[in-house]
Write a protein that binds this ligand. Structure first.
Ligand code: 4YB
Length: 482
């Protein structure tokens, strides 16, 4: 079973729609024929340096055209390029390099080595450069790569690190088929055709960015790489984007309705609590939002719906299964990865029945569309007890995030003699907010025992790399305050 591709997806589209624009980066455009030719040329360049099937290439890189070529050319050879966030701490980066035991390492900027004090651990530095623009047309004529042209659906196609909320980051491995099934299921309801363009609006080191690439390959649409502009400018060039809720909030705040054109048709949201006020505001501007729930292990989205007045995350997408035991959410399906990767060895991600225990708690309830949908209560390891009542920090965060001046919010327990624990909030807000201001705002929105008793602004010492705030370092910072 291979979701219908016989050839490499880019070769498939090059045969079918050779002249169609596939990839856009600033002024540069590439047709499917050029993409295919360039992938072959770059694959040849890599193979000349010794890159072979089964090799892992660690790429410390921002999102850019070069790393995309490296990723695709790697796939062509059966090598797996793993993108790593250059903004994380050197300790985090070196941990990941240890887990990967990569054959090659490539940095999109040589400075990253100096900044990060990287331990290469036997990985050889890879030289990888893109052709200058004038050379592209001559580079794409009939390059022969000495490996088979058939699509290799079962091969290792990506490794993505996921940190969960506690402990060391785990490396999740997926096959090409896993990604294509993930794309196929989402795109059954979330429309993205060959005429549409999807902005690579999230990093390739996160599953949400990688999933954009695979939807592009699956649908044969257009992929737009962000050029140096603002988020508003980038989003004005595309019909589709994936955003975390904070990005959407920023976009809606920065958007000048009188001046800016809105080309966006559809936005896929996910990764964290999605406030309904946000999707309502987008809808009033003619932008259709979709609320999704997913995780790295499932190659991104598991449930989704067109956003409406309910806070649920919609219904199950094709090629996935989901059960709720007690309140614990378990998932599996064709998009579930092939295992956790550690130095060339894969370890199972599931329980003995093949389910991935997500760590999220949820329930099925009747939603706005009069159908059962999934509601996420929060992660089981974030929950705490205050005066005998269960508190899910995520439920408080949802309400805080609906405040017009709050961009990010995380809620934590702090020790309290009377209640055992009470909630405190760490926020990133446009203006300082007092407990008194906030209590006024929370009346009628949140039951009183859930009101945070203190608001801290996000400390500068917290590393804000990645697509979401990490709980563990902030929790540590709070614990040290008391
Ligand atoms: C949620 C949640 C939700 C995840 N409410 N908690 O393509 C996409 O699906 C996409 C589009 C835009 C933005 C992000 C995405 C993602 O992939 C998100 C996937 C992700 O966040 N993976 S993760 O491994 O980093 O974290 C997974 C965890 O995130 C889940 O286990 C939940 O705890 C949480 N989460 N969606 C509330 N809608």
């Amino acid at each position: 079973d291979d979701v219908g591709f016989k050839l490499w997806p880019w070769l498939h589209w090059a045969d079918l729609n050779p002249e169609q624009v596939a990839l856009v980066y600033g002024e540069q455009q590439f047709t499917w024929q050029q993409v295919n030719g360039l992938v072959n040329s770059y694959a040849k360049q890599l193979s000349g340096q010794g890159v072979r099937e089964g090799h892992v290439i660690a790429a410390v890189s921002t999102n850019n055209l070069t790393v995309l070529w490296l990723y695709l050319a790697g796939l062509r050879l059966g090598a797996c390029c793993v993108v790593l966030d250059p903004k994380q701490s050197s300790e985090q980066l070196n941990d990941k390099l240890e887990t990967l035991a990569a054959t090659y390492i490539w940095l999109s900027d040589p400075e990253f080595n100096v900044l990060n004090d990287l331990h290469y651990r036997g990985a050889k530095p890879l030289v990888f450069t893109c052709f200058p623009e004038f050379y592209i047309d001559s580079a794409v004529v009939d390059v022969d790569v000495d490996v088979e042209a058939e699509w290799q659906a079962q091969r290792l196609a990506s490794i993505v690190f996921t940190s969960g909320s506690s402990g060391k980051a785990k490396a999740v491995a997926h096959s090409g088929n896993n990604h294509l099934y993930s794309a196929a299921g989402l795109l059954q309801s979330f429309c993205y055709t060959a005429q549409d363009s999807w902005l690579l609006s999230l990093p390739l080191f996160h599953v949400s960015g990688l999933a954009i690439v695979w939807r592009w390959l699956f649908a044969g649409g257009q992929l737009v790489l962000p050029s140096a502009d603002s988020l508003v400018a980038q989003l004005s060039q595309v019909t589709h984007a994936s955003l975390v809720p904070t990005q959407l909030k920023r976009y809606l705040n920065e958007l000048d309705i009188a001046k800016d054109t809105i080309s966006l048709k559809r936005i896929l949201l996910g990764g964290a609590v999605i406030p309904v006020v946000l999707t309502d505001k987008a809808r009033s501007l003619g932008i259709e939002c979709w609320s999704g729930y997913g995780m790295t292990e499932m190659a991104s989205t598991v449930t989704a719906k067109r956003a409406d007045s309910s806070a649920g995350v919609g219904t199950l997408l094709a090629h996935r299964s989901l059960i709720i035991c007690g309140q614990s959410i378990k998932v599996r399906g064709a998009s579930l990865g092939i295992g956790y990767y550690y130095r060339g060895v894969l370890r199972s991600m599931t329980d003995d029945k093949g389910w991935l225990v997500t760590g999220d708690l949820g329930e099925k309830r009747l939603g706005d569309k009069r159908a059962d949908e999934l509601f996420i209560l929060g992660r089981s390891d974030n929950m705490f007890i205050s005066g005998g009542e269960n508190i899910h920090p995520e439920q408080i965060e949802r309400v805080l995030l609906s405040h017009p001046l709050i961009n990010q919010a995380l809620v934590f327990p702090c020790e309290n003699a009377e209640f055992g624990q009470r909630p405190v909030a760490v926020i990133d807000s446009t203006e300082p907010l007092s407990v008194k201001d906030m209590n006024k705002f929370l009346v009628g929105k949140l039951i009183k025992f859930m009101w945070p008793i203190k608001y801290y602004s996000l400390p500068d010492s917290i590393n804000v790399s990645g697509i979401k705030l990490m709980r563990a370092p902030i929790q540590l910072w709070i614990t040290n305050l008391y």
